[in-house]
Design a protein around this ligand. Structure first.
Ligand code: FAD
Length: 458
């Protein structure tokens, strides 16, 4: 008897889950139907031409290599020879001018007082306060708030100008309200020894140095990954995997050990839509808990400015982050054509300007207001009047789930309550970055396969 699985959501999580499930079930009689609500696949991964370049990402533009799920997937899809890495250009923090991110910080957590002193980012008082980490007793992590832990160990300046600037820009987060446990690199330092500075230093010494890049991406932009997944599913599993776009799912209900997706019966469901969308499809306690997962929306304004107008002091940099205490609407700026060699070599510089975060809503602004804000603030930061020759606005409502303190407890509760044969996966739950989403998609496929095998056992 043919068994059937519905995968809801054709973002990276849903597609990675579908491919892995197709692979795991190659000896089984299993059909997989992917329901994607939008016309296009990819979700938050979207790439399009801009300012004479064939492909400039509108959402994510790279993935971490250290967590191998995404790079392994890219290679396994035959894109190994198209993987590229950022240039050596260094990122900065804007605090009354661009200041290079000091060496020896782990996601902003200092491991050397000398390096942060040299960066000029902290005041003498802030620096002295950071040094107290060396003598303070161990800080309990029970609050599970990055802000609480960093402020206690190093004071407010390290929190605002380093950790919150770095971590906040990755997750659109207010790190005072973000789970420490959800950021493993910082959680590991917090759990290690008394002084975070010394723990970080020893972690840096003992972690084997990798020669390779930290981030990578296909040279054609991240949509290449989505296109390759779609092609791979069609080529190798086309007889068993059906992808239906423009097909938003409205309701999932349990039905006697099986599931109904908008009335259609399936043996199992992988719901890889964001939690807020998943909540709308479900009812009861789990739907209510899913609704408690807050998100923030962000806008990505992409600008091309004539290279002739580009200030010299911004050359050789990959971009910068803006600490909250000096933010208006812009939180981070990537100098995309300096970060990626293949986007350089034109008569314009491409900037990807991120606006908004948790607690700083910008999506009520119309496109021209977003562009005006981006141009005015970046001009102020760089001390020059930028006059873009091209601009593009991409809106990302619900871009980042905010992993509030004790997020993991909420997710365990959700997992226990979803019911056999239904797995929730994706960036709302166990990690926001693309590698975490791929890994979560694979995990969902494995759990689904186990469920299918168990549910036919006598
Ligand atoms: C601006 C921005 C920059 C980022 N930068 C990076 C980066 O550089 N590196 C990195 O690793 N990560 C980055 N991220 C995070 C990463 O892109 C996302 O976490 C990841 O792509 C999410 O994938 P997903 O498949 O879980 O969810 P999504 O991409 O949201 O996919 C979910 C899919 O479900 C569909 N869906 C929703 N409701 C329904 C429904 N009712 N029925 C059917 N389908 C439905 C949606 O249309 C969507 O296609 C960034 C995110 C943003 C927004």
């Amino acid at each position: 008897m043919t068994r059937s699985v519905a995968v809801i959501g054709g973002g990276i999580t849903g597609l990675a889950a579908s491919r892995h499930l197709a692979y795991l079930s190659s000896d089984h009689d299993l059909s997989i139907t992917v329901f994607e609500g939008e016309e296009r696949l990819g979700g938050k991964i979207s790439t399009s031409p801009f300012a004479g370049r064939a492909a400039v990402d509108e959402g994510p533009d790279a993935f971490l290599v250290r967590m191998p799920a995404a790079i392994d997937l890219t290679r396994s899809l035959g894109l190994g020879d198209q993987i590229t890495a950022p240039t050596d250009a260094r990122a900065a923090i804007w605090y009354d001018g661009l200041r290079s991110i000091p060496d020896g910080v782990l996601l902003g957590v200092p491991t050397s007082l000398l390096a942060i002193a040299r960066s000029g980012l902290l005041s003498p008082v802030g620096l002295a306060r950071a040094g107290l980490d060396l003598v303070l007793p161990r800080t309990p992590t029970a609050h599970d708030s990055i802000g609480h832990w960093v402020r206690t160990r190093f004071g407010d300046e390290v929190h605002d100008r380093l950790v919150d600037a770095l971590v906040g820009s990755i997750y659109g987060a207010d790190t005072d309200r973000f789970s420490l446990a959800a950021v493993p690199q910082i959680a590991a330092l917090a759990g290690r020894g008394r002084s975070a500075l010394l723990s970080g230093r020893s972690a840096m010494r003992t972690t084997p140095k990798s020669d390779g890049p930290i981030f990578a991406a296909p040279i054609g932009g991240l949509a290449d990954l989505i296109n390759a997944l779609e092609r791979d599913l069609a080529k190798h599993h086309g007889d068993r995997v059906r992808i239906i776009t423009s097909s938003p799912v409205a309701e999932i209900t349990a039905d006697n050990g099986r599931w109904r997706v908008d009335g259609q019966a399936f043996d199992a469901v992988i719901n890889a839509a964001p939690a807020a969308a998943a909540a709308e499809m479900m009812s009861g306690d789990i739907a209510e808990t899913l609704r408690t997962l807050e998100t923030c929306g962000v806008a990505m304004v992409t600008l091309a400015v004539p290279i002739a107008d580009w200030p010299e002091h911004a050359l050789g940099r990959s971009g910068y982050l803006v600490p909250k205490s000096v933010q208006r609407t812009v939180t981070a700026v990537s100098f995309a054509s300096q970060k990626w060699a293949h986007l350089g070599g034109h008569d314009s510089v491409v900037l990807r300007v991120s606006l908004g975060r948790d607690g700083l809503d910008v999506l009520h602004l119309d496109d021209s207001a977003l562009i005006d804000a981006a141009v005015a603030e970046v001009s102020m930061h760089l001390g020059t009047d930028l006059a873009p020759v091209e601009s593009r606005v991409t809106r990302w409502p619900g871009a980042f789930t905010q992993y509030r303190p004790h997020h993991h407890t909420t997710i365990s509760h959700i997992e226990r309550g979803t019911g056999a044969g239904l797995v929730l996966a994706g960036s709302s739950y166990r990690g926001i970055g693309i590698p975490a989403c791929v890994a979560d998609g694979h995990r969902a496929a494995e759990r689904t396969m186990s469920h299918l095998e168990e549910s036919v056992s006598p």
